[in-house]
Design a binder for this molecule. Structure first.
Ligand code: LLP
Length: 439
């Protein structure tokens, strides 16, 4: 367990947040998402403190798409971060968690009128404008409510970050934001600059997710500033805020080697400082939106192992009681994970086996060729680093109910999302009776 934050206890079981993972599996059942809350807090503080140490005015917004639940947002609120939401559902969750509205930022490439209305009527802190239709809708809503609101303009800098194509967002051919290269951003800038009710604070860009090098961020900053320079000269524009998005990579397996947060942030800050001073404008506030880096490593998923299948000379398989319904990432991106047997955490691997999910889909494989000790039916498998985009992308394929979420902190466990029941699964189903067919 050298590379993992969680250790083995005296019984040889995997321990998380001061709790025996086997006790959690027995108490709550599996599959089970378990979060070490003190680690979430440490990650939140690391971001905030890094900017503080560098003496930079910053805002750190947790990207709640990575994992949103009322309890999670309460922790984020306690840690004093801001919050990034991308839908009415995420905003609703934030309001339910009593998250301070002025610290909520709203994203989305196709915000609906009702989403924007909810955001404006609740006076959220900032809307990140993505397209021309949105500018029009916001103008109308501000008139209707006789309000003003802070906004950023999301731009696509035309940078290809080094990550999976599905989570690359800063390239020119992207559904997100106004393109800088073809004059669309320029046009939007003119609509927003010096607007009466839309308070235009600055620019936003997000180049992608699970990124390990600062090069693409530095490039994006350079491109942003080329345009800021033009708008500064033409219209005297001075951005108050530069939001560089999220995307800070984490370790899933030995293949991943994230930079230290300090180095990462320092290099971003330096590039913004360089360009601002080159342009002779005050340093804008730097905003970031980490999701995965806050929750990814803080969460594990516990599964019970069922069927074991060995195909001599080809491969061994073990099947678990979850899979792509609680963790879509391997099926969707070919994402890789590490895992151990929670009840044999100090056993040496003697074999490799591939971990299959239970959904009716060949692609439902969680891990290929995992080194593992002798496996028995009923053993508990703990998959590491499932805290981000696991629960949040869970689905009901094969009518499998969503798993429960437990928070552990200082040796205490708290259920924060109940396991769904079969009743929950059919709760919106209506019947279609024979009488209706006859009518
Ligand atoms: N800000 C914006 C505008 C974003 O689009 C995203 C992620 C983030 C922040 C947070 O990125 P993070 O720090 O978590 O990398 N489902 C995929 C990731 C999709 C990310 C979409 N946007 C996955 O499981 O890898």
């Amino acid at each position: 367990l050298d590379n993992h934050p969680f250790q083995t206890n005296k019984r040889g079981h995997l321990e998380i947040g001061g709790m025996d993972s086997m006790e959690l599996a027995n108490k709550y059942g599996t599959p089970l998402y378990v979060y070490d809350v003190s680690m979430i807090r440490e990650n939140c503080r690391a971001f905030v403190n890094t900017f503080k140490e560098l003496d930079i005015k910053a805002e750190v917004a947790y990207a709640s798409k990575a994992f949103s639940s009322i309890a999670m947002l309460q922790v984020v609120k306690q840690e004093g971060l801001s919050l990034d939401v991308v839908s009415e559902g995420e905003l609703y969750t934030a309001l339910q968690a009593d998250f301070p509205v002025e610290k909520i930022h709203m994203h989305g490439n196709n915000k609906s009128l009702s989403e924007l209305e909810m955001a404006i009527s609740h006076d959220i802190g900032c809307i990140v404008i993505d397209n021309f239709l949105e500018i029009e809708m916001i103008e109308n809503l501000l008139k209707k409510y006789n309000k003003t609101i802070d906004v950023l303009m999301r731009v696509t800098p035309g940078i290809e970050s080094k990550t999976h194509k599905y989570i690359m967002t800063g390239n020119e051919d992207s559904k997100f934001g106004f393109n800088l290269q073809n004059g669309q951003a320029q046009e939007a800038f003119h609509l927003l600059h010096n607007h009466k009710s839309i308070r235009f604070k600055g620019l936003h860009c997000h180049i992608g997710s699970q990124i390990f090098e600062t090069g693409s961020f530095v490039m994006a900053t350079k491109v942003l500033f080329e345009h800021i320079a033009i708008w500064n000269e033409q219209d005297g524009f001075v951005p108050e805020v530069l939001n560089l998005g999220g995307g800070f990579g984490i370790r899933y397996t030995g293949e991943d080697s994230p930079l230290s947060l300090h180095t990462f942030v320092e290099e971003l800050v330096q590039s913004v400082q360089y360009h601002a001073s080159d342009l002779n404008i005050p340093l804008p506030e730097i905003w970031v939106e980490p999701g995965r880096a806050i929750v990814g490593n803080a969460g594990i998923t516990l599964y019970t192992i069922g069927a074991v299948k060995n195909i001599p000379e080809i491969r061994n398989y073990i099947s678990v009681d979850g899979g792509m319904t609680d963790n879509l990432r391997p099926a969707l991106y070919g994402a890789t994970y590490e895992a151990v047997l929670a009840n044999k955490a100090d056993y040496k691997p003697v074999n490799t086996t591939s971990v299959a999910g239970k959904a009716c889909e060949s692609g439902d494989m969680l891990i290929w060729d995992l080194p593992i000790p002798e496996v028995d039916n009923g053993d508990i498998l703990a998959v590491f680093s499932t805290g981000a985009y696991g629960y949040s992308m869970a689905n009901h394929y094969n009518r499998i109910p969503k798993a429960a979420v437990v928070f552990v902190e200082n040796g205490n466990d708290t259920l924060v999302v109940r396991r769904e029941t079969y009743k929950d699964v059919v709760k919106n189903d209506l019947s279609y009776s024979e009488e209706k067919i006859e009518m």
